[in-house]
Design a protein. Structure first.
Length: 145
């Protein structure tokens, strides 16, 4: 299994860098975002790059995605399956959650830490159109607990 490294870190034989998946202009913008550049944020909006960078807030995805973790996703994706981590919009807020079930045009999402997560157990099924991005990095696996 390949591990994913980020900019400026040495590459080993079995590693893939995030920039291997992104076009050149998206890599420049992403590098600027991670350095805190406001220019990069405005460039990302004007170029309409299909890359989404978000910071996890709250403890709903602990231990897989602790608060403060940067996640990188894509706005355009072919399909969604249970187990995928996505960014959804619900009541005007973006939430990072894991898909538990899919039923035609609806999804049921759950956080990995049920005690602190506000998810579909509280507000029910969401329309598939509420999914704004599918998270690609960091790669996540379902919490065994």
């Amino acid at each position: 299994m390949k591990s994913l490294k980020f900019f400026g870190q040495p590459r080993k034989n079995n590693e893939t860098l995030v920039q291997d998946f992104l076009p050149y202009h998206a890599r420049r913008v992403l590098r600027g975002l991670l350095s805190g550049s406001q220019t990069a944020v405005s460039r990302l909006r004007t170029l309409k790059i299909p890359v989404v960078v978000r910071r996890v807030v709250g403890h709903s995805m602990v231990p897989v995605l602790p608060p403060g973790t940067l996640v990188v996703g894509v706005r355009y994706f072919r399909s969604l399956r249970p187990g995928h981590v996505v960014v959804v919009t619900h009541e005007g807020k973006e939430k990072v959650k894991r898909i538990d079930q899919i039923d035609e045009n609806k999804i049921y999402i759950l956080g990995d830490h049920p005690e602190t997560s506000t998810d579909s157990r509280h507000f029910g099924w969401l329309p598939l159109s509420s999914v704004k991005a599918r998270i690609l990095w960091p790669r996540t696996k379902r919490n065994p607990a």
